[in-house]
Design a protein around this ligand. Sequence first.
Ligand code: NAD
Length: 490
Amino acid sequence: ATENIALITLFGAAGDLAHRKLYPSLFKLYQKGYLADHFALLGTSRREKSDEEFQALVADSIKDIKETKAGEAAAFAKHFFYQAHDVTKPEHYDVLKDRLAELDQQFVTKGNRLFYMSVAPQFFGVIAMNIKKQGLLTDEGYNRLIMEKPFGRDFASAKELNDELSQTFEENQIFRIDHYLGKEMVQNIQALRFGNTIIESLWNNRYIDNIQVTLSEKLGVEERAGYYDNSGALRDMVQNHIMQVVAQLAMEQPVSFTDSDVRVEKIKALRSLRVYTPSEAASNFVRGQYDAGADTPAYRDADGVPADSATETFVAAKLLFDNYRWSGVPFYVRTGKKLADKFTRIDVVFKKPLIDIFANPRMTSDQSLKSNVLTIYVEPESGFALRVNAKSTGQGFKTEPVDLKFLQSAAEKKEAPEPYERLFHDALEGNHTNFASWAEIAYSWKFVDVVRKLWDIEEPQFPNYAPGSMGPAASDELLARDGRAWIYKL
Ligand code: NAD
């Protein structure tokens, strides 16, 4: 492992995300030797805390991770410092500036500064502005900004935010987190496609019939109701995670596997995604909201949700790319809460052979060949399966589908870094491959905005699906209309 040299400033250091994901990820990087002597983190949030109290908080967040050497967790916590700070007060940044200068000296971080915004998105702009105005940037090492989602509420607000950020940071200094891009099997899409002739040579409209992406959640809205009701599945899942996964599936082969070459191709793919007219959006998008179940309340009865909420907890859609590779191949996507199970998978459905010679009536067979399907299991299992037709054992001649399947073992899964660990590592190394660029975000908002506007004016018929199902009936009809069906069904 190459040791990274960095001084991290974390805004939102007392927050939930920092405690659950960020400190544990940094600790894993520390254990693996990616961070060692020359790193320090200055945590900030509103409340006063001493460095020792903060170090205790960090120690608590990593207490479940096994040490690889005695005293490791304590040594790690010694790299953490704290400064009470209100992000909206320019004068508060003066103190930060001094402390950063001290820590830079103390840990010899060579002016490498990484600013991580793990606060509510309304603060993203003001923080970036003050980082520059109050002189927190260095001109010695690098200046980088990592930011959490959401990136805007629509194209206009996203652009406004991006304009604010770009007063301080160049595009190649900004790392926008989309944690789906940190998932092992989402990254594996590229290996699978561009490392295998037998896959990439079939990866087009001559051989693929349709592609299906499902991001299914079992939980309801739980404690995040206030945030969620203001957002909905379209903004919370489709605009970012689904569009990023779809871009990886649809992109052309990059010239090389570098972040800049990969970016170019993802942007091109999203540029060729057909932006619907409102009436096309109405027929190609389905929304849903969950009803009450036997022992669970309906979305509208959840704490913090208005009784007449029109927020969607489910979206299904048909996406079309207007380019040579994908013309005529629908990408069906769906995501929702309170569905049958928690999983993410991709099903690539291939065309059937043009002629089914086994369906010859003289063979007295009532069978028909099934489509080949390449399933990419993103989570909870990681792996893939290729469904092929084979002869069933025995007298006569019948075919049956069998799966060529590879799943990561439990041991491999345990070893695999969590998304935040990977993404932190990539940002420390300055690698943008697994982050969303502004252009990608802009295209996906423009695509989503049409649907959002339509849904904001039309009253939905909610609730319309039962907990534990796979969403409203209209989601199945979306495919049935095209003579197709979801590969994963109950
Ligand atoms: P949180 O509410 O738990 O923490 C927010 C932090 O911001 C706290 O430390 C708080 O003290 C600080 N803060 C608030 N106002 C401040 C101010 N004026 N000045 C300085 N600090 C201030 O939030 P969170 O759940 O940790 O989420 C942080 C970010 O990460 C948000 O953008 C959220 O959308 C995103 N996110 C969170 C999760 C998650 O699982 N928690 C998942 C994905 C994205």
